[in-house]
Write a protein that binds this ligand. Sequence first.
Ligand code: TA6
Length: 281
Amino acid sequence: ELCRGINGLDKIILREVRGCSAEVYLYGAHVTSWKNEHGEELLFVSSKAIFKPPKAIRGGIPICFPQFSNLGSLESHGFARTSSSKAFIDLILKHSEEDVKIWPHRYEFRLRITLGPGGDLMLTSRIRNTNTDGKSFTFTFAYHTYFHVTDISEVRVEGVETLDYLDNLKNRERFTEQGDAIIFESEVDKVYLSTPTKIAILDHERKRTFELRKDGLPDAVVWNPWDKKAKTIPDLGDDEYKHMLCVEAACVEKPITLKPGEEWRGRQELSAVPSSYCSGQ
Ligand code: TA6
């Protein structure tokens, strides 16, 4: 949880299931608290600690970088402990031995999730081939994002008009989009090819525009099951198709091949901004 700490400095509180916790200030990437499951503080922070740049926080775990003490020409202990850090989380997914049985490759997938100061949500995936047998592997990828919309029949997607797409409802045959913006009156399940880096999803009722910006992901999947297909999906409410739209930054048409040691990166940034969108305009 990112919140305001002393003197309004941003800090992150980490909690684990038994009740242990830690706190780290973005200022100096400085851990200032480490508590056990009984809530006992295990780190010392001076009661006179300043918590105000450019002074380093006295106590906790100051980072001494790129210089310890005065062993060089920089300020004592270097500048890291008085610099501002950024907050994100990194999740790492690796092949399990079960995975290897069904997909005979070794990989490391790092997903970095960042919530920006304006509320933008950024996901960056880095996938590395860690095979030790010299084998390359090939994969396709999508961020299968479900946007929450007020009423799907009042939503438009802009940015894929005139593009070619593969229609999953017609045996993935290739067509060219004729309309201007994409509107929704029935089931849609399309993979738009070679799409622009930015796609907009306009929610008329809520006067909100989602912006999806992407890098390393040339395609975009647009999916809404509509009423009949929704009824065949057990974990989707019969009427919930009205309040969802999947627009997915993807790499489908041209799969990615990595040699051992090679890494691929695919990134999407989502923002939700007020819009004066009026349907039909
Ligand atoms: O991304 C669109 C899609 O491929 C649709 O064809 C539909 O199958 C959707 O994914 C749902 O997939 P899921 O496995 O989440 O039920």
